[in-house]
Design a protein around this ligand. Sequence first.
Ligand SMILES: NC(=O)c1ccc[n+]([C@@H]2O[C@H](COP(=O)([O-])OP(=O)(O)OC[C@H]3O[C@@H](n4cnc5c(N)ncnc54)[C@H](OP(=O)(O)O)[C@@H]3O)[C@@H](O)[C@H]2O)c1
Length: 308
Amino acid sequence: LTWKTSRRRLLAGASAATTLLALPAWTRASAPSDTSMRPIPSTGQLIPVIGLGSWITFNVGQDPALLEQCTKVVSAFLESGGGMIDSSPMYGSSQNTIGHALARLEEANAVFSADKVWTSSGQDGPDQIAATQSAWSVAQFDLLQVHNLVGWEAHLETLFAMKAEGQLGYVGITTSHGRRHGLFEKVMQRYPLDFVQLTYNVLDRHVEDRLLPLARDRGIGVIVNRPYRRGQLLNYFEGKPMPGWAQDIGAENWAQILLKFVISHPAVTVAIPATRNVAHVRENKQAALGPLPDSDTRRRMAKDLASL
Ligand SMILES: NC(=O)c1ccc[n+]([C@@H]2O[C@H](COP(=O)([O-])OP(=O)(O)OC[C@H]3O[C@@H](n4cnc5c(N)ncnc54)[C@H](OP(=O)(O)O)[C@@H]3O)[C@@H](O)[C@H]2O)c1
């Protein structure tokens, strides 16, 4: 066992010496036919294919009602199998919101903690990472990513050194829609990355040309951000009649159609839709259950949805 057994979540208010160690439910054996789990290419460790983003949705400051709502979302996420929660120092108070939720939830160790380093100064990276660990109340992260390649050379050096010293499980880089893809590809070619995070959805498909095939070739896990294009796709499709093929792929709503498209790409390891709504987090988790579209159906989905 790799990252999970070495990970210790600090008990709220306890000293670093008092640590909690437990195996998450989802590291137990999973049937090969279980469509809700994917192997992380660099280790084979299984991870739920639906994770949880936190940009905007978890930036709720100190508002007690909104903090409570976000805690319920994290709770529902954990009850539905847990997995990757993704944040960044760029996301306002989102890291603190996650820490607030995890301190109150018993199943908190079913989380695969993913955060980022986001500062142009390589020297400031370690202090930022320490502050991020403190916001989450974790002694170490499962995954740290260089956010949008900002200061990437220095930060990758820091992250690979942390990994080598057993202070970090996995190393990654991120981008969002169309940004710095040329450089992104070069970094993918050159470094032994565990994960890349990029934008992919039924209307934003250019990563299918180069980045997704390269990730497969290089054995790099893929995390998909903006699967709903920040919610715009759902606003656009909601209310339109569901296509006939929705039933064949077991989709009960538009959200599941869009997620099933994303996670049926063979290079994709995890998709991280963000939500502040408990019903939505359950709906998103359920998208991984049941059938997924094959390549012919995927082509049809892309064609039909682009013309709607
Ligand atoms: N460069 C980077 O590193 C980068 C860039 C972009 C994003 N990210 C990461 O990726 C995550 C996801 O991207 P995103 O937040 O930009 O956009 P997104 O996940 O595509 O869309 C989020 C929006 O979708 C809505 N939603 C979620 N599930 C729904 C459902 N089942 N039914 C109806 N509406 C639903 C949410 O509203 P409700 O709250 O009402 O459900 C929210 O407004 C981010 O939160 C962040 O963690 C990283």
